[in-house]
Design a binder for this molecule. Sequence first.
Ligand SMILES: CC(C)(COP(=O)(O)OP(=O)(O)OC[C@H]1O[C@@H](n2cnc3c(N)ncnc32)[C@H](O)[C@@H]1OP(=O)(O)O)[C@@H](O)C(=O)NCCC(=O)NCCS
Length: 188
Amino acid sequence: MDISVDLTGVVLETERLLLRIWKETDLDDFYEYASVEGVGEMVGWPHHTSKDVSRKILQSFIAEKNVLALVLKENGKVIGSLGLHPSWANEDACFSRLKIKEVGYVLSKDYWGMGLMPEAVRAVIEFAFDRCSLDALTVGHFTSNTQSRRVIEKCGFTFVRDGLYEAKQLGRTFPERKYILLAQQGNQ
Ligand SMILES: CC(C)(COP(=O)(O)OP(=O)(O)OC[C@H]1O[C@@H](n2cnc3c(N)ncnc32)[C@H](O)[C@@H]1OP(=O)(O)O)[C@@H](O)C(=O)NCCC(=O)NCCS
């Protein structure tokens, strides 16, 4: 089952990151990484072609209260996002009785390959199970997205099945792989 999650006031701290709700003043940092070609496209959205596009999406993050900004402690810059969204498993007979959210994340290209997203996802796993009492988290990646597959493997998710993801904004359908992490696994 889907439950609503309100991340207002939540601050998660890791070795190198602070995860907190988005603010209007994050617009420049958001546009900086979201306007780079080849970042959003790996998730299903086109890179932003104007600050107005970023502003609209930033406003939806703020209104929906379910996406955290990733702030690099070293320089105070917002370098990515990590959200808790409705999951495909909420509609799946095997999992529909469980409280489940889908994790979605994006990191600025300038910071790829430093293990920052696994660090952030691990903090959100702990938060989701210990403080939100979720039963499971799901995640998925386009089959071609080996970078995200590595994050998912490093964070201990289990492969469930292949599927298709219709990226309406790109006018394309991608083969994707879906994974789950049950609370009892995550807390081991
Ligand atoms: C997926 C993503 C969040 C990974 O974050 P990250 O903090 O770079 O993750 P890691 O540092 O653990 O690196 C993961 C893998 O990326 C690959 N990688 C590392 N540096 C890279 C670089 N500069 N360019 C391309 N790939 C790189 C490596 O295969 C690495 O795996 P390894 O550690 O086993 O070598 C990031 O690549 C990203 O934001 N991509 C665009 C959006 C996206 O794909 N979101 C996920 C949608 S499901």
